[in-house]
Design a protein around this ligand. Structure first.
Ligand code: CA
Ligand code: CA
Ligand code: CA
Ligand code: CA
Length: 302
């Protein structure tokens, strides 16, 4: 019995290198009583236009015992060249010639999801057992084709709003927005941004016309300007107050504003000025202090 095998040209370790005889495009090889044929193929990089990938560790596996679906590294006598696994070079090619049997090939490279070929029955020769390897740049075990947060490690792949964008990287984690549109470039996406066209470093509540972090109802109660988010000009007379958190008016929220609440903390409104009642409740309490937290350390530009 003879097997005639088409082999890629100029590939180290292929039969034509062993017996470059009379046949121009086909080779037969008998070696120690065994008959050797391919598998061979190319490892390609899914993340680089399917270009050949070098530095891939390619392992030949053989079904053993036959018919069990169990694959093991075969005996050296079962294949030429002897080396297994082998490493690809810049052409991405790999190949062995093997005794008859069922084989598959495993391809591994750091930064890529490990790939396995289909199972091939040898003979006939299998010369296109190619394996596309998908990169896993964030190292969470999911390649670019399947990772719902390709740039952020999220091994759970949780997607709470089932919009195909993982919760870990979703700019609206509880609102379905597959396109992740975010016109103003701040943290929340358009679909969940109460101020979608003005970038704010804090989360804007609903019904906050000037996007300063305090809704219109609260501003009306406090007597601040609900239509202006920032406006203190040093030295200018008769200014309306614009940013509720900016108790010590300087267009910034810092420790001075927290300390401004200290003398009136625990008092009722009135007699304490409603201006301090940042979360209207008729008293100055912890809620008002906590209202400064989201905007603490932030400043505004009039
Ligand atoms: Ca990820
Ligand atoms: Ca979403
Ligand atoms: Ca936004
Ligand atoms: Ca407001």
């Amino acid at each position: 019995m003879k097997f005639y095998v088409d082999c890629p040209e100029d590939t180290d370790g292929f039969p034509e290198d062993y017996s470059p005889g009379a046949m121009s495009s086909e080779d037969e090889i008998g070696f120690g009583g065994n008959i050797y044929v391919d598998p061979s193929g190319v490892i390609t990089d899914v993340c680089n236009s399917d270009a050949p990938l070098d530095g891939v560790t390619v392992t030949l596996l053989k079904e053993s015992p036959p018919g069990t679906g169990n694959f093991v590294v075969p005996a050296t006598a079962d294949h030429i060249a002897d080396v297994n696994p082998l490493a690809t070079s810049s052409d991405g090619k790999y190949g062995w010639v093997v005794v008859p049997g069922k084989y598959k090939v495993r391809a591994e490279k750091a930064g890529y999801v490990t790939g396995e070929s289909v199972v091939v029955s040898i003979p006939p020769a299998a010369t296109d057992v190619n394996i596309p390897l998908d990169c896993d740049t964030d190292g969470d075990g999911f390649g670019s084709l399947t990772d719902n947060c390709p740039g952020m490690a999220n091994a759970s792949q949780t997607d709470g709003d089932t919009d195909t964008v993982g919760t870990a990287c979703d700019n609206c984690p509880t609102t379905a927005n597959a396109n992740q549109a975010n016109a103003d470039g701040d943290t929340p996406g358009d679909m969940c941004d109460n101020c979608p066209t003005t970038a704010t470093p804090w989360i804007v509540p609903a019904s906050d016309g000037d996007c300063d972090g305090f809704n219109d109802t609260a501003e009306t109660a406090m007597g601040t300007d609900e239509g202006t988010d920032c406006g203190f000009t040093p030295g200018a007379p008769n200014q309306s107050e614009t940013w509720p958190a900016d108790l010590v008016e300087n267009n910034a929220v810092n420790i001075s504003d927290v300390l401004a609440l200290k003398p009136v903390y625990g008092t009722a409104v009135p007699p304490t000025s409603v201006r301090f009642d940042l979360v209207p409740s008729g008293a100055i309490n912890i809620s008002d202090v906590l209202a400064l937290k989201p905007v603490f350390g932030k400043s505004c530009t009039p």
